[in-house]
Design a protein around this ligand. Structure first.
Ligand SMILES: [Mg+2]
Length: 272
């Protein structure tokens, strides 16, 4: 066990898979399932904006759907059943298809709830259909891991499905760098980081690397440092990490002040 621990998020942080899923799957299926072809260009643009380049980056798909349908309802066409769908999103205890299915059965006759479920299933199928060879790590990730290996342990901290995540990391040859792999089956990202603290790493020697506000919040909740991978500038962020930040971390120079600088740039990138 090394003194330092670097926690790394997977989707959109180490793996270049997030933009692809939104551009190829979530957006196009939204337009198709909800019959929004007339406003396709504007709606796709807005979907990607919300989910990739604002503070909402990384939110749950069902919350994202509520946001976009509310905008569509206000700007383009009345969305019947929106209130019922909003009630489910705001009150459900789990953002899962099983929970949505139960709501569909309960609210017989709410076509929107059913469409939301169909959309989610179609998105899953579309994601499944993405060729494995398209799902790669960002350039610079391997170099960063190579440098890290000498001075710190590495934990994946992801809210993705474990099988999917492990398949991607293994196929890309990144698993040999990984000391701990934690996915949604372990709990929230904050819970995952806290498990690492229980193993004996000091909070001041743990850094969470992530691409979304949720990653920053998880790091804060667990009381560890944060280094952001900037949306749309991922390769530069990894290079910066390898060339400068990793050294700062292991020499105790990645201070609160330095983190604030990195965080402010991250925040500016999510104001879209
Ligand atoms: Mg992410």
């Amino acid at each position: 066990m090394k003194e330092y621990l670097i926690c790394v998020d997977s989707d959109g942080c180490a793996m270049d898979t997030m933009t692809m899923k939104h551009v190829r799957c979530f957006g196009p299926e939204l337009v198709r399932v909800f019959g929004l072809e007339k406003w396709e260009t504007a709606i796709l643009k807005r979907w990607n904006e919300i989910n990739l380049y604002t503070k909402k980056r990384g939110i749950n798909r069902f919350q994202g759907l509520l946001l976009i349908l509310s905008e569509v309802d206000a700007q383009y066409v009345k969305i019947d059943g929106l209130k019922k769908y909003a009630d489910w999103v705001n009150h459900t205890t789990a953002y899962s298809e099983a929970s949505l299915q139960a709501a569909v059965w309960e609210a017989k006759g709410c076509a929107l709830l059913e469409k939301a479920l169909i959309w989610s299933q179609k998105v899953n199928a579309a994601i499944q259909a993405i060729p494995a060879s398209d799902k790669r790590e960002f350039r610079g990730v391997r170099e960063a891991f190579e440098k890290m290996k000498a001075v710190a342990d590495l934990a994946i901290v992801s809210s993705a499905n474990r099988e999917a995540m492990e398949e991607e990391w293994e196929r890309c040859g990144l698993m040999p760098y990984v000391d701990y792999a934690m996915a949604q089956d372990v709990g929230t990202k904050a819970v995952c980081i806290k498990k690492m603290i229980e193993k004996g790493y000091e909070t001041s020697k743990i850094v969470m690397i992530g691409d979304a506000m949720g990653d920053f919040k998880a790091a804060s909740e667990a009381g560890v440092s944060f280094y952001p991978i900037l949306a749309g500038k991922e390769e530069a962020s990894w290079e910066h990490f390898s060339k400068q930040v990793l050294d700062e971390i292991v020499n105790g120079r990645y201070t609160a002040e330095r983190q604030k600088e990195e965080f402010e740039e991250f925040e500016r990138g999510l104001e879209g």
